[in-house]
Design a protein around this ligand. Structure first.
Ligand code: GDP
Length: 300
């Protein structure tokens, strides 16, 4: 994955040096942990996550499991892998479907994060799996947001509920509520509600998202975040957690070549799992997020 290419290369180099050693001394372990720390910080992983991670790796690497291992270097790589999986959220978290349909999924995030695109990706993926999703256009802020959702819905082959013209006209809370009602009447089993973002964190946007959340009581609130925004990812995630709260995270633009480490910190810092990854502009560039697979890719 392009976003983590540098981090991958740096870690591979660190482990290559380690592999030339037989038994590991405390100095070898410290040197390795220092290099891992530097690689993670350079990739923009948040400092408190790096500290926690390297502390755990160091403690385990100095312990018996490594000392007694036939191949100590390999054992250290294994520990780094396991701890990386933990940072990324541990077990994969799947969507929670409501016992009584429809399952309501609300999308929140900054403008440009990739929410509208994601709505189409998620709907297409769900439809392929036998679900009958509908999209609701409650982003009335951005010019063309409603039209864009209609285009994306068309590409995904799913209907779009969009009664208002958008661009500052109409009441997004009402649209969200009516969209959910419409989905119930038409027996759609999943409703995906797209909401408005702003270019930066903004009190009005947060209030609108919180009002929509209160009005439709979603089963999932997915916070969509562009992995390319670097260190701002962490403060943005914290602002959304405080303002709207969310049940899961979607990382977008993982195909980009920016350092994506900040995004990797979000699960650990917010306690909310990364559930999906978006890796391109096409509706098929989308996959459920598996912490273990991502850790293996980074350490490949
Ligand atoms: P919204 O404002 O949050 O609804 O964001 P959009 O869905 O309109 O996406 C903003 C821009 O990012 C659009 O040009 C999308 O095509 C693009 N985009 C969305 N997801 C991805 C992705 O995973 N990778 C890349 N390269 N571009 C993406």
């Amino acid at each position: 994955m392009a976003t983590f290419g540098n981090l991958s290369d740096r870690l591979a180099e660190t482990f290559k040096n380690l592999r030339t050693k037989g038994k590991l001394s405390a100095a070898d372990v410290d040197g390795t942990v220092r290099e891992i720390r530097r690689a993670l910080l350079e990739a923009d992983v948040a400092l408190e996550v790096v500290k926690d991670f390297t502390g755990k790796v160091r403690e385990r690497a100095l312990g018996d499991e490594v000392n007694k291992a036939l191949n100590p270097a390999q054992q250290v790589v294994q520990i780094v892998n396991e701890e990386l999986v933990q940072i990324l959220g541990g077990e994969q978290r799947r969507l929670e479907f409501a016992k009584k349909p429809p399952t309501i999924i609300m999308l929140a995030g900054l403008q440009g994060a990739g929410k509208t695109t994601l709505a189409g990706k998620l709907a297409k993926w769900l439809a392929k799996d036998g679900h009958t999703p509908i999209l609701v256009a409650a982003d009335l802020q951005r010019p063309n947001a409603v039209t864009q959702l209609e285009v994306v819905g068309g590409q995904a082959g799913v209907p779009v509920y969009a009664p208002e013209p958008g661009n500052g006209v109409g009441d997004p809370v009402r649209v969200a509520r009516d969209g959910v009602k419409f989905a119930q009447q038409k027996l759609h089993d999943v409703v995906i509600v797209d909401t408005a973002g702003r270019l930066g964190v903004d009190a009005d946007m947060m209030k609108q998202a919180a009002d929509i959340r209160a009005a439709i009581d979603p089963d999932e609130v997915l916070f969509v975040i562009d992995a390319m925004i670097g260190q701002d990812a962490v403060s943005t995630a914290r602002a959304f957690q405080a303002g709207v709260d969310f049940t899961g995270v979607v990382l977008t633009k993982l195909d980009g070549d920016a350092r994506g480490g900040a995004a990797l910190s979000i699960a650990s810092l917010t306690g909310r799992p990364i559930m999906f990854a978006s890796t391109g502009e096409s509706l098929d560039d989308f996959e459920p997020f598996h912490p273990d697979r991502m850790a293996s890719r980074i350490l490949d």
